[in-house]
Design a protein around this ligand. Structure first.
Ligand SMILES: [Zn+2]
Length: 134
């Protein structure tokens, strides 16, 4: 993984990405709202729309994450009689919904991070091409 031409390494991209910072400039500015990425980074103007197709996978990650982190633990609590069935069902429904809402911006940022960890040369600061080709 040694690519001396890269100004911003994969390690940099990951360190910035986990904090929801822009992989290109390291500042905040990726999110237009809680549920939506901006068209471009507000700090450096890096195009985020170019790879937008990849980010549509975000919601399916959310479903899997809510099953693993909410529904399965709740099932165990019901099985071991820590929670009643009613409480467990309600917690499963509202807990998983709330969980997805809560982690949504993090998922968006991490999709941007994953994309650029895979293709670090696409960052403008690494000499990636500006704008889209289509
Ligand atoms: Zn930026």
């Amino acid at each position: 993984m040694s690519e001396p031409k890269l100004k911003i390494t994969r390690g940099d991209i990951i360190a910035r990405g986990v904090l929801c910072h822009c992989p290109n400039c390291g500042k905040r500015g990726l999110l237009a709202s809680w549920f939506r990425l901006g068209k471009a980074c507000r700090s450096c103007g890096m195009d985020l729309a170019r790879s937008a197709g990849i980010y549509s996978g975000t919601t399916s990650i959310g479903y899997v994450a809510s099953i693993v982190f909410v529904i399965i633990p709740v099932c165990f609590l019901v099985v071991f009689k820590v929670l009643s069935v009613t409480t467990g069902v309600l917690l499963g429904i509202f807990g998983s919904f709330g969980f997805i809402v809560l982690i949504y911006p993090v998922m968006l940022c991490w999709m941007v991070m994953a994309y650029h960890v895979a293709l670090p040369g696409e960052l403008p600061a690494n000499g990636g091409k500006e704008g889209r080709d289509d």
